[in-house]
Design a protein around this ligand. Structure first.
Ligand SMILES: [Zn+2]
Ligand SMILES: [Zn+2]
Length: 366
């Protein structure tokens, strides 16, 4: 077995370097994961650009899938996994004791100092292997892992993260079910995952909005089960179109997963039905939202819900859906990148690269 792991470390905005770290000793409560793939997240691009509050230097990568290489006896018992098992690892590593954890909101735990999770813990915090743009990842005693069918291609199995977000944001938080019309604003990997999740939850209809340059993603939304798509650049009156498609009522659930633009947040108030739910999950660089008409929230008795992170329940729904294999998820996957190509990978996801735009992509260390 190797004695070191390559890791991609971010040292400053837009500065990555490859380093080599020693593999740690594993005690009774921890483990070591051999990384098979790590999903590339929209937030990786924001972290790379330096717009997220982050502590450097850190190893990037918080969507790990891999094989348990070493594991302590107590950890094996607690997690119900053993050496050789394939697992998906949750991003957040909760403390287990703070108010948020005790209240069952471990995804917003700050009990270990700031946000404690993969790709957010600095590399100088022992044992350093806190990110999955790497050959190996440290499994902290408080890490949360889920077993995944080892027969699946890694690039598909690793979709547990965006799909888990789809289940949490489009289903679990707004309690979506039969009878609901779901409108998804933004056809990126999270938006498409929301389509898949809303369909799986039995929503009556799913509508997706996107820009003219998103034509390929909007077509994919249809293949994944969206009933209608709206190209907002070419639709003269989007509000009227939403009304038309919802029998004049508006959408019961609006899921806002576009990045940076604040306009969809203000528009969501117009799209939502009376008594409907709006889930805000797309981050906007902490900008204020112009044109936010709060009276629409009042007169419609609408509920606005924030979504941050994913819960075990939604990760499990995602993994079950992937394992069932009846949704053509492979169509979402566009790129595999080697560790050495991490910078390319992030720039491609951000649409800065010269090549084909990415939808779902991952790092595959080899
Ligand atoms: Zn992520
Ligand atoms: Zn906690």
């Amino acid at each position: 077995m190797a004695r070191t792991s390559r890791v991609v470390v971010q040292t400053a905005p837009r500065a990555l370097e490859m380093r080599e770290l020693p593999l740690p000793e594993i005690d009774d409560d921890s483990g070591l994961l051999r990384v098979e793939a790590c999903g590339i997240c929209g937030s990786d691009a924001e972290q790379y650009a330096g717009v997220l509050p982050a502590r450097w230097p850190t190893v990037l990568g918080h969507e790990p899938l891999g094989i348990v290489e070493k594991i302590g006896d107590r950890a094996a018992k607690r997690w119900g996994v053993d050496v050789g098992d394939r697992v998906a690892v949750e991003t957040l590593i909760p403390c287990g004791y703070c108010r948020a954890c005790v209240a069952g909101r471990y995804q917003v735990c700050r009990g270990r100092g700031g946000m404690f999770g993969y790709s957010y813990v600095p590399v100088d915090h022992p044992p350093g292997l806190w990110g999955a743009y790497a050959d190996y990842l440290y499994l902290d005693p408080h890490a949360i892992v889920h077993r995944v069918d080892a027969a699946l291609p890694a690039s598909i199995a690793v979709m547990f993260n965006p799909l888990g977000a789809g289940f949490r944001w489009a289903v679990e938080i707004p309690r979506t079910g039969p009878g609901d019309v779901v409108l998804v604003l933004g056809p990126g990997q999270r938006g498409l995952a929301s389509v898949v999740a809303a369909r799986a939850a039995g929503a009556d209809a799913v509508i997706v909005t996107g820009l003219a340059r998103d034509a390929r993603k909007l077509a994919l939304a249809r293949e994944l089960g969206a009933d209608h798509v709206i190209d907002v650049d070419n639709e003269p009156d989007v509000k009227r179109r939403v009304k038309e498609l919802t029998g004049g009522r508006g959408a019961d659930v609006v899921v806002e997963v576009s990045s940076n633009s604040t306009e969809p947040v203000a528009d969501a108030l117009h799209y939502v039905a009376t008594g409907g739910r709006i889930v805000l999950a797309g981050v906007k660089g902490f900008k204020a939202v112009p044109g936010f008409v709060s009276d629409l929230v009042v007169v419609k008795e609408a509920t606005i819900l924030g979504a941050f992170g994913v819960t075990s329940r939604s990760y499990r729904s995602a993994i079950r859906l992937i394992e069932k294999g009846d949704v053509p998820l492979a169509k979402l996957h566009t790129h595999d990148f080697a560790l050495e190509e991490a910078e390319d990978a992030i720039r491609t996801l951000a649409g800065e690269g010269p090549g084909e735009a990415s939808i779902h992509s991952c790092i595959v260390p080899r």
